[in-house]
Design a protein around this ligand. Structure first.
Ligand code: CP
Ligand code: NVA
Length: 310
């Protein structure tokens, strides 16, 4: 049984296969319109979502299948009346594939352990692999390649999207540079950096972490940022975090240090005036809605691959 838990476990060849399939799914959607006929996706959510829920649900509909939205707030699993193991073993008898957006990554691992159908990580506090597959697809569309490009991430380095970008980017031969405040609460996890150094050695990419935003973004082909207030961050930390991350805000002055043809990305949701300014996210270099659209195509490809439908 194959799952998508994190890009750390996926080989560059596997990522390449899914990106190539996502490209075909996007170009020729009718080819896949019956590929999931009468199949059901269970979508388990502990956190809010716009893009993830809509793209998975629309994707299943477009491939002839059905998706069930299931919020754990209204569930025996969420209320502590039932173990993850019992819930997932039961759900596996009804559905063909499960995706989950959870707080604890260990809960996702528990789901994968007991599921008898594929499990897809739709975001945990630890990682967001579906997002990064869509991002890589968007970068390749705009730049014609991945290997050799410099991708600069600015802001919250101790972050699910950051960690997944580091895995995905270095596996595909990119030079991933992270500009974030120093300290374990703000910069990428040491074990992720160490893993990415190994992936880079195999792919010809590199990984670099600095607390200097200008050094991080210098000559970048791709500039990426994410929310300073991820879904799991308590509201009472907002003021302190905004002050901490403000030097890493992607604004026009900082963008000038990237290459003139650099693209700007944010997985969304975005706050104008926080992780980037309006002139950047709404400006000509921004590809955020192409990036968002690719969630649909990349996730269709993931579902098709994991379900053995292609
Ligand atoms: N980028 C992303 O996962 O968005 P949602 O939180 O809206 O699903
Ligand atoms: N880092 C963000 C990503 C949102 C899609 C979060 O976890 O909320």
């Amino acid at each position: 049984m194959e799952h998508l838990i994190s890009l750390k476990e996926w080989s560059p060849e596997k990522i390449r296969e899914v990106l190539d399939l996502a490209k075909d799914v996007k170009a020729n959607p009718a080819k896949y319109q019956d590929a999931m006929a009468r199949k059901t996706l269970l979508m388990i959510f502990e956190k809010p979502s716009l893009r993830t829920r809509l793209s998975f649900e629309a994707g299943m509909t477009q491939m002839g299948g059905h998706a069930i939205y299931y919020h754990t707030g209204n569930s025996p699993m969420g209320s502590g009346k039932e173990t993850i193991s019992d819930s997932i073993q039961t759900a596996s008898r009804f559905v063909d594939v499960i995706m989950a957006r959870l707080f604890k990554h260990t809960d996702l691992l528990e789901m994968a352990k007991y599921a008898t159908v594929p499990v897809i990580n739709a975001l945990t506090d630890d990682s967001h692999p579906c997002q990064i597959l869509a991002d890589l697809q968007a970068i390749e569309e705009k730049k014609g390649k991945l290997a050799g490009l410099k991708l600069a991430y600015l802001g919250d380095g101790f972050n699910n999207v950051t960690h997944s970008l580091m895995f995905g980017g270095t596996k595909m031969g990119m030079h991933v540079s992270v500009g974030s405040p120093a300290g374990a609460d703000y910069s990428p996890r040491a074990d992720v950096v160490a893993d990415c150094e190994q992936f880079s050695a195999a792919s010809g990419g590199s990984v670099f972490v600095t607390d200097d935003p200008v050094e991080a973004i210098k000559d970048a082909d791709v500039v990426y940022t994410d929310s300073w207030m991820s879904y799991h961050i308590p509201k009472d930390q907002e003021e302190a975090r905004v002050a901490k991350f403000m030097p890493y805000q992607v604004n026009s002055a900082l963008m000038k240090h990237a290459k003139p043809d650099a693209v700007f990305m944010n997985c969304l949701p975005a706050i104008r005036g926080c992780e980037q300014t309006a002139e950047v996210i709404d400006g000509p270099q921004s590809i955020v809605f192409d990036e968002a659209e690719n969630r649909l195509h990349a996730q269709k490809a993931v579902i098709l691959k994991l379900c053995g439908a292609v």
